[in-house]
Design a protein around this ligand. Structure first.
Ligand code: AMP
Length: 249
């Protein structure tokens, strides 16, 4: 069973980004970049499938600038066998990424595609769903448990008020939630080994995909700053303020 995992290069989750002075976006010049945390979980899950004898090959795919090679090397260090970079300097929106992934799915014919549930930079939570729609494959989003056997994937999802279990016929698309697994600590020998694994570079034109943006960002601004809180003397004063000042009760 071939498994494809998608990995996005994003601003590291520890970095607090600032809005650019012209409000056109956030300033990411010279900030630390890392693999999207949900994608790290996807690579870990695919690697475990391989270690358990369920997957034969794990292919990591990233779409974006040349620097995404670092992200792919990180995926190879976790355990992916080979990597594909769809290199472009265009701004990539979820629909464009889904189209690129569809082209790779058609070429590689995987049984399973694992994506993160969302990228922590754009918070779109769209690419997996769009890919499922474009490829017409079954999907299970926000997986917190994944079992594969006899041509089916059984996926547990945390939903409001409990757990939902879905059974999908493979090939299928799965997106990862935080509790699916805890990615391993990558060792130095794995990082060294990853340097020798194959990394293929293709362009959107090679895949005949038009990646031009469909959405235009009008303005990005900081959230309003919160005013300082106050300490009230007793419950009666609190109720009076909630009623007459905040007008929330
Ligand atoms: P989003 O829909 O942007 O929140 O992203 C959801 C998931 O799609 C991410 O966790 C990745 O697995 C995948 N994805 C999004 N953008 C890219 C990209 N440029 N390269 C590779 N995978 C991506």
């Amino acid at each position: 069973m071939k498994v494809i995992v998608s990995v996005k290069r994003v601003v590291d989750f520890n970095v607090k980004v600032g809005v650019k002075s012209d409000h056109s976006g956030v300033d990411i010049a010279n900030v630390k970049m890392s693999m999207n945390p949900f994608d790290e979980i996807a690579v870990e899950e695919a690697t475990r499938l391989k270690e358990n004898g369920l997957a034969s090959e794990v292919i990591a795919v990233s779409c974006g600038s040349r620097q995404c090679q670092e992200t792919l090397r990180a995926a190879l260090a976790i355990g992916a066998d080979r990597a594909i970079l769809v290199e472009t300097n265009e701004e990539l929106q979820p629909l464009a990424v889904a189209k690129l992934l569809k082209a790779i799915v058609e070429k590689e014919q995987p049984q399973l595609v694992i994506l993160g549930k969302q990228a922590i930079d754009d918070d779109s939570n769209q690419t997996g769903q769009m890919l499922a729609s474009l490829t017409d494959l079954p999907q299970a989003t926000f997986a917190s448990k994944l079992d594969v056997s006899e041509g089916r994937a059984t996926v547990t999802r945390e939903v409001d008020g409990g757990l939902q279990t879905l059974s999908l016929v493979l090939p299928a698309i799965v997106t990862t939630d935080l509790r699916l697994n805890e990615p391993r600590y990558v060792t130095l020998p794995s990082i060294m080994k990853a340097k020798k694994k194959p990394l293929e570079i293709v362009s959107p034109e090679d895949l005949s995909v038009d990646v031009s943006p469909r959405l235009k960002t009008l303005k990005v601004s900081e959230p309003p700053t919160r005013s300082a809180g106050i300490v009230v003397q007793d419950a009666a004063t609190l109720i009076e303020k909630l009623k007459n000042e905040a007008k929330v009760i």
